[in-house]
Write a protein that binds this ligand. Sequence first.
Ligand code: ATP
Length: 209
Amino acid sequence: MFIIALTGGIASGKTTVGQMLARKGAYVICSDQLAREVVRKGEPAWSDIVGHFGEGVLDPDGEIDRKRLADIVFADADERVFLEKATHPRIFQRMADILREIDADTGGEAIAVLDIPLLVEARAGGMFDCNLVVDAPPQLQVGRLKDDRGSSEEEAWSRINAQVSREDRLACADFVIRNEGTLQNLQDEVDKAWEAVVALARKAGQEGG
Ligand code: ATP
């Protein structure tokens, strides 16, 4: 199996790129989805989070209110570190389990794509066969956060500035997918990146025997 990490800043277009890659035949695993699963009521991470932040972070059903928690951790780096320690190892464990299943089902032939928004923040940039970075100009990220998520300009910038810099993210890229035009432009970028990745996966397969 060839494992690609897909990353990019907030609202850069990772999910859209993941969907395009899935249509090409990649097995796409979304770490945001896993992040939601590991904090469900009753899971160990849920207990750790409620124990630390208190019941004020719960919604009326007793589930974690992710917006409320995000507001706390975006305003306080230590709290963010706590949350990452409570969730990241569990997310990576789930990922490993899913990858094992895909590997068994495909006889090792799959190209898997892990959508990991915080790849660089988690210092996981060296863990995978190849890193794909979706890159969008910050002004476009802000526009999407305002239009699609109802963020204010100030909120949008503070979310972007809480992440690693665009330069640091690009420094870990094997391939960059530029998302600064239309969806068709993005599809063309994805087509090019997929071709390169398939060639790399073939080469790695041959070298591996
Ligand atoms: P998040 O960091 O919040 O998970 P993301 O990086 O996964 O976001 P997407 O959800 O793929 O980003 O894209 C953000 C929004 O911008 C979506 O509504 C998506 O449809 C839109 N979008 C992405 N790329 C383009 C594009 N090239 N043209 C028009 N809209 C786009």
